[in-house]
Design a protein around this ligand. Structure first.
Ligand SMILES: Cc1cc2nc3c(=O)[nH]c(=O)nc-3n(C[C@H](O)[C@H](O)[C@H](O)COP(=O)(O)OP(=O)(O)OC[C@H]3O[C@@H](n4cnc5c(N)ncnc54)[C@H](O)[C@@H]3O)c2cc1C
Length: 323
């Protein structure tokens, strides 16, 4: 990866750096926010967090981001986002926020390397799909293991795929996969699904969908890509290997919002509550991308929210006569 992590040049006093726009997260939302704030000449500062480029940098190819008719590598795409933002003066720093104080102005953000004061804060810390943590899962991510049917379903035309999970997401994504796959087997550790009744009856009436009850996946098998899965029946203890082309894991998403728990309104799953203007309950603090979005979870939607959050931050600063 050819990320150019530029150290910020402004002179900090007492190791504290004051910026007009601080952006937490270097995924599509954060880097798009940085582009818009930079073009407004606000010299935004992006803290990357530990996952440079965000979730999309984990994927081999992105085929649903407009402007790339032949697809684009996930890492390459966010690298382009970063270069474009930097061209207009955004700075990207390898640092992770560990505490925030949103009750004072400017806001105070403590990070691993230093403290920051920010007139506006854009939270684009994303979310993390929950993993099974089984052998082969990480190795084959992007090569048969996926956490996103909208993103990767197309690669499984006429293939046999397995979906792990028993909630709404698992069934919604499983039904979506029937557009492409020859068969979709839903693997659930219990005998009953958690998903809503309508989704359950839709899934059960879909001829391509099969259910494997009381079953867990214990291993992903393959060489260059996934060729099979190992299953264990949790009641009988029986272990079987079956051929498989893909494994889709939908056991939940964890928004990276723990830092804001007592300072912003979060929903019951931990997503920061917001609306179309990306505002939070604290004026001057905005959220963009998956940290506030349990619905769409795409590069393009996250990038769009990043742009909107930056535009609102610009308006906020204008209203305060700070630009
Ligand atoms: C394997 C995989 C494949 C995918 N494929 C596609 C695809 O083909 N097409 C598509 O549209 N979508 C795809 N997605 C979904 C897409 O990647 C996400 O919707 C998108 O990345 C969300 O962007 P975001 O900026 O909101 O958050 P993220 O991408 O999650 O980025 C969050 C950022 O916040 C940073 N961060 C977290 N905590 C802190 C902190 N305390 N301080 C500072 N920074 C912090 C992280 O380091 C990271 O940089 C895929 C997702 C996965 C997992």
């Amino acid at each position: 990866m050819d990320f150019n992590l530029t150290g910020i040049q402004a002179t900090p006093s007492n190791g504290v750096q004051h910026v007009k726009v601080l952006i937490l997260g270097s995924g599509p939302a954060g880097l798009s926010a940085a582009l818009y704030a930079a073009r407004a000449e606000l010299s935004p500062l992006v803290l990357t967090g530990s996952e440079l480029g965000g979730q999309v940098s984990l994927t081999y190819t992105v085929e649903n981001y407009p402007g790339f008719p032949n697809g684009v590598g996930g890492t390459e795409l966010v690298e382009l986002f970063q270069k474009q933002a930097e061209r207009f003066g955004a700075k990207v720093e390898f640092d992770t926020a560990t505490a925030v104080n949103l009750s004072q102005r400017p806001f105070e953000i403590t990070a691993v390397n230093k403290k920051y004061l920010a007139d506006t804060l854009i939270i684009s810390t994303g979310a993390t799909p929950l993993h099974l943590n089984i052998p082969g899962e990480q190795e084959f991510t992007g090569r048969g293991v996926s956490y996103c049917a909208t993103c990767d379903g197309w690669f499984f035309k006429d293939k046999d795929v397995f979906v792990v999970g028993g909630g709404d997401s698992a069934l919604e994504e499983g039904i979506f996969l029937t557009r492409y796959a020859r068969s979709v087997s839903i693997v659930h550790r219990r005998k009953e699904l958690r998903a809503g009744a309508i989704l359950q009856s839709r899934a059960k009436s879909e001829s391509k969908i099969h259910f494997m009850w009381n079953t867990v996946v214990t291993d992903v098998l393959g060489d260059e890509k996934v060729h099979g899965l190992r299953f264990k029946n949790v009641e009988s203890g029986e272990v079987v290997d079956r051929p498989a082309d893909g494994l889709f894991i939908f056991i939940g998403h964890q928004p990276n919002t723990q830092l804001f728990q007592n300072q912003l309104d979060l929903d019951e799953r931990g997503y920061i509550k917001t609306g179309i203007t990306m505002e939070t309950r604290v004026p001057g603090v905005f959220v963009a991308g998956e940290a506030g979005d349990p619905h769409y979870r795409q590069v393009i939607t996250s990038a769009g929210m990043g742009a909107a959050a930056a535009m609102q931050a610009i308006r906020f600063l204008e209203s305060q006569d700070r630009i």
